[in-house]
Design a protein around this ligand. Structure first.
Ligand code: PLP
Length: 383
């Protein structure tokens, strides 16, 4: 039987030099940025130690093995067999998003985003020369879904692309295969493009199944791109490696047309770590981490029921982010500010996620249960 992974103790974590541990003083519990507190998967550790001992710190080759590793991971864990010959590496997911958008839109074109959504989406689109058009997710009462009618209207009125978050950050929504299929049909009908950020795809909660956008239909393969990475699931964000995936001749031609520099920006340690992360050797570690996160997503529910009973929370279908509605407490549009100031807990601020974010906070749940418990107990004192 697999045991849940245990997070490192706080005094060890505070020796880390990443943004999570170097942005606030030690009296603050940091749950804002999407980094996890677990030890690295052993295969990743070994690959990186070996590279350091060899002084293997040069440039990343064009094909460091990440594409084949992702294809194998997708076949084992996502039930999808993408062609590694139609992938290209780059430094990170947002870099991939920007570079693909640059190729497929003209300056001033509108690109649909579906808030509340990962805040850098609002910067990636203008960085590529586009203008974001918000088509908020629909709250169904039990979850969230794409508003296909409004997306259709946006395409009809000229939006050239949609930046999909699949699974969705911050709600943790896994988009239903039917919705993805319908989205692909809409996009193709209007000559629009779907750019699917699938960074959270390796992290379904419990028995959920994540559907990669490009796998849902021929139309999706023709009009879509996916950008994938091991960086969230295996906590490798600082190492800089992501993979852009195409599944048709036309979209692959677009990936091939990107400047060589786009792939040269990949970190060598990122590529080495990605190959180790996505290998079968790391599957057991990923399963053990999933158990720990599953437990925390439920623990958050229990803690909120006990300490903040008017909070709104639906455990995520995927990922390790908790999206919590605190609007009933009257702490303003951005409760994260008061929570940091008075409770000394750093959480991500809801309004940064666009429409639907007011009154919300986002918490990173890849931590020890004791840390999550203390964070919620501290926040509850503000009631
Ligand atoms: C949906 C989503 N996309 C992209 C990123 C960032 O990825 P990268 O550092 O590879 O750009 C994150 C990080 O949390 C994310 O949640």
């Amino acid at each position: 039987m697999i045991e849940p992974l245990r997070a490192l103790p706080l005094d060890e974590l505070r020796k880390r030099s990443s943004a999570k541990w170097r942005s606030y003083p030690d009296d603050v519990i940091p749950l804002f940025v999407a980094e996890t507190d677990y030890p690295l998967a052993p295969a990743i550790s070994a690959a990186l130690h070996e590279a350091v001992s060899r002084g293997d710190t040069g440039y990343t080759p064009a094909d460091p093995g990440a594409a084949v590793a992702y294809a194998s991971f997708a076949a084992r864990r996502l039930g999808w067999e993408p062609d590694p010959g139609r992938m290209r590496i780059t430094g990170d997911v947002i870099m991939g998003v920007v570079e693909i958008l640059r190729r497929i839109i003209e300056p001033g074109d509108r690109v649909v985003v579906t808030p509340p959504v990962y805040p850098p989406f609002f910067e990636a689109v203008p960085e590529a020369g586009g203008i974001t058009q918000s088509v908020p997710l629909r709250d169904t009462g039990g979850g969230w879904e794409l508003d296909l009618g409004a997306i259709d209207a946006a395409f009809r009125e000229g939006a050239r692309a949609i930046l999909l978050c699949n699974p969705h950050n911050p709600t943790g929504t896994i988009h239903a295969p039917d919705a993805l299929r319908a989205l692909a049909e809409l996009a193709e009908r209007h000559g629009a493009v779907v750019v699917s950020d699938e960074i959270h795809a390796p992290l379904p909660r419990r028995d959920n199944v994540v559907t990669p956008f490009l796998s849902v239909s021929d139309a999706a393969a023709r009009c879509g791109y996916a950008i994938v990475s091991a960086s969230k699931a295996f906590n490798l964000a600082g190492l800089k490696c992501a993979i852009m995936v195409a599944a048709s001749e036309g979209t692959h031609a677009v990936l091939r047309s990107l400047p060589e520099e786009v792939s040269w920006r990949t970190g060598l340690f990122g590529a080495l770590a990605t190959v180790a992360a996505l290998s079968p050797e790391s599957d057991a570690w990923l399963d053990a981490q999933a158990l720990a996160i599953d437990a925390n997503t439920e623990l958050l529910r229990t803690l909120l029921e006990e300490h903040l009973p008017d909070a709104g929370y639906r455990p995520p279908d995927a990922g390790y982010l908790g999206w919590v509605d605190l609007s009933r407490y009257g702490w303003g549009d951005a409760p994260a500010r008061r929570i940091l100031r008075e409770a000394r807990v750093a959480v991500h601020s809801g309004p940064a996620f666009g429409d639907g974010g007011a009154g919300h906070i986002r918490l990173t749940l890849g931590c020890a249960p004791e840390v999550l418990t203390e964070a919620i107990e501290r926040i509850a004192v503000l009631r």
